[in-house]
Design a protein around this ligand. Sequence first.
Ligand code: GSH
Length: 211
Amino acid sequence: MLTLHGYWRSGAAYRVRLALHFKGVAFTQVTHDLRRAEHKADSYLGLNPQGMVPTLVTPEGRITQSLAILEWLEETYPTPSLLPSTAIARAEVRAMAATIACDIHPLHNLRVLTALRALGQNEAGVQAWIARWIEAGFRALEPEIAARGGPYAFGRDVTLADCCLIPQVFSAERFGVAMGAFPVLSAAAAAARASAWAQAAHPAHQPDADH
Ligand SMILES: N[C@@H](CCC(=O)N[C@@H](CS)C(=O)NCC(=O)O)C(=O)O
């Protein structure tokens, strides 16, 4: 049995839940309330020395970093697949996922926002910061997704790109980012989000959700 250490509103943990539910892999969850700094407890740092969620505990060992976890899930449970059949298409899907996981999300995670506030930035400034980086990433992704023709982020099949896009759109909506400039990206996220597997992974449907 796999154990996912996460938190209901964590975008990175949400990516992993999406892949687990898409593949129909059974798992249990352990929650670490980020608002109470439970992810910085010594007991958790042994599993994840960065003090971040998610961590996936497997019979072979523990894995940190959501993209590494997604790749391990894809290799270990190849069907149904979250990667296309050609090397170039797989690279393109990974590039979309990295745009989100490496270049958008890290700029608005809790520790960065906490640091901005500690440096004296007011809430309006923090909100502008969040919107700036999400919009910059979405501007780049919008034509990439449009070029694949939908309905999902990389065309007709669900991929790792959707596992990253759905949580990023959830965060954008939560932070009040204006989504009007990204109709194709929004439609792709909505298409994937409507599926039963994606609904099961939704933050509001997790046992630790307090809405
Ligand atoms: N690159 C990491 C990022 C993980 C991450 O940023 N997790 C957030 C929650 S979404 C976190 O634990 N934040 C705690 C903090 O910023 O203190 C991954 O993809 O797993």
